[in-house]
Design a protein around this ligand. Structure first.
Ligand SMILES: [Zn+2]
Length: 387
């Protein structure tokens, strides 16, 4: 499966798609209201099939709702069902049930097999109208779903999910391993990494990658723009302009960050064959470090890194999040009772070696990662492995 994103040409005609997204939002809210009412009346969860049948009936009598294709309507019901199942499963962990959404902020609708047709070139027919998009890359494989997404700036994107497995399968007959792409040994090196606040990554070889400065600069710009926005009269054209300005600032920082992530991921995969990380515990990090964590977007970085690693035949390994990587001495394996977050350096009571907090953690992560991929216990003494 592959997800491709294309920007649509901005055109007057796009208002039909925006209206469709609005209609999808109205239907979504109606479904949520039905779920809530059903639960109040019967004390039970409204079955997804029942809801779909009911909504399909209502749609027949409502021309506004008919803007949304029947498949997209089913998709809305199924998404709500998924959100409820997630809530039933994890409500103790703080997952909330799906709630109402502002129609203006509603983002997308999704089509499966019907309701659209690629006309060749950069043209696509959705419903009864033809739209053009920036044909930035070839669509290969079978199209599974097509979604139209609206950004907060009011731009429209087309998100295409394609199934690429048939092509892969025919290729796999020639190679031996199917599921596990062979690790290419180009550097013969393995490394462990520890995420941090000021230092973005600490590597087990002692190098550090600092969080770039532009985050801070952009944050100031966001602060300013958001102040401007809140000063403007609600519902005024000035406020809308200020909102767009603010959103653009947010997109700027996200783009800068993503760009930096790609470059960093390329650099790391060029330098190492196996890269070990701790499984992210975002909730726990948030408790320790506060809101800042979302600005750092570790999860997004790991996604990009995994993608590049797969392409280059490198391996990303995650070690258990309960492993005490900071509290274990990387020299002798002694485990401390506890270690305060503010302690940047500590002396091991057993072997007397002085451990830098982050570097020590990175070395431990490397060691555990190495043993999980079957390379044995690779410690500081043996920084490189040979294949
Ligand atoms: Zn020690």
């Amino acid at each position: 499966m592959k997800t491709l994103k294309f920007k649509l040409f901005s055109h007057k005609r796009n208002r039909y798609l925006k209206r469709t997204i609005n209609a999808a939002g109205v239907i979504y809210n109606h479904c949520i209201a039905l779920h809530k009412r059903y639960y109040r009346m019967w004390g039970k969860h409204l079955n997804c099939n029942k809801l779909q049948a009911h909504i399909a009936k209502l749609r027949k009598r409502n021309s506004f709702w008919q803007l949304v294709g029947s498949q997209a309507v089913q998709d809305i019901c199924q998404r709500i069902e998924k959100a409820y199942q997630l809530f039933f499963k994890h409500n103790k962990k703080g997952v909330r049930p799906p709630g109402f959404k502002k129609v203006k902020k509603y983002k997308s609708f999704t089509l499966k097999q019907a309701g659209y047709k690629f006309l060749g070139g950069n043209r696509i027919k959705i419903g009864s109208k033809v739209y053009q998009y920036w044909n930035s890359r070839e669509i290969e494989g079978k199209v599974k779903t097509l979604a139209i997404k609206r950004t907060p700036l009011g731009e429209l994107f087309m998100v295409v999910v394609v199934d690429t497995t048939p092509a892969d399968r025919s290729r796999s007959t020639t190679t031996l391993s199917v599921d596990q792409p062979e690790i290419k040994s180009t550097t013969g090196k393995i490394a462990g990494f520890d995420f941090g606040l000021k230092t973005f990554l600490t590597c087990s070889d002692g190098s550090r990658i600092e969080s770039p400065q532009f985050f801070k600069q952009s944050l100031n710009a966001i602060k300013k723009a958001s102040k401007q926005h809140s000063k403007k009269l609600k519902g005024s054209a000035n406020r809308e302009r200020a909102r767009k300005n603010l959103v653009r600032k947010y997109e700027d920082i996200a783009n800068q960050r993503r760009d930096w992530f790609w470059k960093l991921a390329h650099k790391l995969t060029d330098n190492f064959d196996v890269l070990c990380f701790e499984t992210l515990n975002l909730k726990g990090m948030q408790r320790l470090w506060g809101r800042k964590i979302s600005d750092l977007a570790f999860g997004e970085f790991l996604q990009i890194l995994e993608w590049i690693a797969r392409k280059k035949g490198k391996q990303v390994v995650y070690i258990d999040r309960w492993y005490p990587s900071s509290k274990t001495c990387s020299c002798c394996g002694h485990v401390l009772e506890d270690l305060d977050l503010s302690t940047r350096e500590w002396r091991c009571p057993s072997c007397q070696s002085v451990n830098d907090r982050d570097e020590n953690a990175a070395i431990n992560i490397q060691a555990v990662g190495a043993s999980t991929v079957g390379l044995g216990d690779v410690r500081r003494a043996v920084p490189a492995f040979t294949v």
